[in-house]
Design a protein around this ligand. Structure first.
Ligand code: VG1
Ligand code: CO
Length: 544
């Protein structure tokens, strides 16, 4: 194999965010940009020689070109096996599973997740380690540092590989294996859930479903599992073909962007169950007939009912949620006497807890739920979990959630996003908020008395590493909370996220509209950060 060493110059903007490096496609297309980053990653790993690497992406624009480049750089750096999803396609959870199943050294996942795709939109890349999970901050900091110093990269000199043909190809000491993108993942799901029960419920029409793949990666996975294997009516999976530009939409599963699904599920024709996933297949939105399940509630419901699922029938070792996720799951953990961890935003912080078997289930308010079956959040897994619960309990989605609230109380919750805010304004806003914090404790605002006001810092209980500045929290005596943080996945300006929650024990007040129930807290949030006043916006870009 002929290997070339190419001289290059560092870029200064290759710092990975919440989940990998995400930039506009045009930035990735700059000379040596992708090559620099991939070489920087490999430079920070121990020796790559003789090891295997999993490779795949969500199929967005630039996926196929990027895969060819990465194949050649991986070959030049000594990997002996590359395991690639057919057509370059792998959902994020499927990639995580392939790394684990094959005892691979790691994997590169190409995705900007829920961000739009196309020549003028976003691309992304992230490295996952041998447990199948995203590299920790120690790694991503090292990748960034290396990228600011890099002067050369290595690349093998061979023709593009056929990534559409299943099977093995050999080049000297390197084996390239093109695998079916869905097979292994589908087998994993069959080992966790009661497929026979699901088959009976779906093929008989007892449960009717619509799954919106949003023209993204879960199309082929959902079609195979829900329609072909479990017998859901053909056409239950909509927008099922992955497109390079996701059909021009945002592959972000919320009620705004999954409009077709939302319109159907909030109409008289609503089916038993509706769900959607995102660009790379790790998020899930769950909807019942005329009923939306907040992701925080979803996590709590799954934890409370886990023993009904074959894969979790022995119970959970513990649970975890990201800091801005509502405290609903904490109540379940308390009732079941389970350890409950609060981590910073981003799946990489769950990895150590899962590896050490401190937790079995975990989740985030941003439509992410998962378990120890992989080391990423997993959209279709959550969908199958819910379907299995509905089939087993023989209850509607709304009944399951309302019954849960009656038992545990309801954590009324909402997130307000202000997207593409001028970065200087956003940073100043947070700085001012930070300086306000010491004055807040003890102050009262109507019925809300501040019991703590701080900036979240996390010490990993397993490796002791500390991650600071992970979001500003203002907590009140009655258990309510407001959290502010800047997004680490956006590619345009800054995105301010405001998370508000209030606990309601009274079952008579559970069926209130969240925005109304939270109105006072939402006003307070504005009073504290003044985002509307400072940006001239009249309302958030997205409310969930
Ligand atoms: C967002 C979510 C976070 C999630 C991350 C990656 O990050 O808030 O919970 O882990 O996206 O998800 P941020 O920094 O923009 O708030 V995905 O599906 O984009 O990989
Ligand atoms: Co995603």
């Amino acid at each position: 194999m002929k290997i070339q060493t190419i001289d290059t110059r560092p870029y200064d903007d290759q710092k990975p965010g919440t989940s990998g490096l995400r930039k506009k496609v045009r930035i990735f297309q700059q000379r040596h940009y992708l090559e620099n980053f991939v070489q920087s990653v490999f430079d920070c790993l121990d020796d790559c020689h003789g090891k295997s690497l999993v490779l795949g992406g969500d199929g967005r624009y630039f996926n196929r070109q990027a895969i060819q480049i990465i194949i050649k750089i991986a070959a030049a750096n000594g990997f002996s096996q590359l395991i690639i999803g057919q057509g370059g396609l792998l959902s994020t959870p499927a990639a995580s599973h392939l790394i684990r199943k094959n005892n691979a050294y790691g994997g590169l996942i190409l995705s900007a997740s829920h961000n739009p795709g196309g020549p003028d939109e976003d691309f992304g890349i992230k490295y996952n380690v041998s447990n199948g999970g995203p590299a920790s901050e120690t790694y991503t900091d090292a990748f960034f540092k290396r990228s600011t110093e890099i002067t050369q990269y290595h690349i093998a000199d061979f023709a593009d590989i056929d990534i559409d043909q299943l099977g093995e190809q050999h080049f000297d000491d390197l084996t390239i294996t093109i695998v079916d993108s869905v097979d292994d993942y589908a087998q994993l799901m069959a080992s966790i859930f009661d497929f026979q029960l699901l088959k009976n419920s779906l093929s008989s029409g007892y449960i009717s479903i619509v799954f919106d793949a949003m023209h993204a990666i879960t199309g082929p996975y959902a079609k195979r599992i829900l329609e072909d294997i479990l017998g859901a009516k053909s056409g239950s999976v909509i927008n099922a073909t992955p497109l390079e530009d996701f059909g021009g939409g945002h592959p972000d599963p919320n009620l705004v962007y999954a409009k077709e699904l939302a319109d159907l599920m909030f109409s008289p024709q609503a089916l038993t169950f509706g769900a959607a996933s995102d660009g790379d297949g790790d998020r899930n939105m769950i909807v019942g007939a005329n009923f939306f399940v907040t992701p925080s509630d979803s996590l709590a419901v799954l934890a409370a009912n886990a023993t009904l699922i074959p894969g979790y029938k022995k119970g959970l070792s513990g649970v975890a949620r990201s800091m801005p996720t509502s405290q609903a799951v904490d109540r379940v953990a308390q009732a079941l006497r389970l350890p409950c961890f609060e981590t910073p935003t981003g799946w990489k912080f769950f990895g150590n807890l899962l590896d050490a078997d401190e937790i079995t289930l975990c989740g985030e308010e941003s439509f992410g739920t998962g378990s120890n079956h992989v080391r990423e959040k997993d959209g279709l897994w959550a969908v199958l979990f819910w379907l299995n619960l509905i089939a087993k309990k023989r209850q509607s989605v709304a009944d399951i959630v309302q019954e849960h609230w009656q038992k545990f109380g309801r954590d009324i919750y909402s997130r307000h996003d202000y997207e593409a805010v001028d970065s200087d304004i956003a940073n100043a806003m947070l700085a001012d908020l930070r300086s306000l914090l010491p004055t807040l404790t003890g102050q009262s605002f109507g019925e809300y008395q501040v019991s703590y006001a701080d900036e979240f810092s996390y010490q990993d209980p397993i490796d002791g590493s500390v991650s600071s500045q992970q979001g500003i929290r203002i907590g009140f005596k009655n258990g309510s909370r407001i959290v502010f943080r800047l997004s680490g996945t956006g590619t345009v300006g800054a995105t301010l996220r405001i998370y508000v929650e209030r606990f309601e024990a009274d079952a008579d007040k559970h069926n209130v509209d969240a925005q109304l129930a939270l109105a006072q807290l939402i006003d307070l949030a504005e009073q504290f950060c003044q985002v509307k006043q400072r940006t001239g916006r009249t309302e958030p870009t997205v409310i969930t």
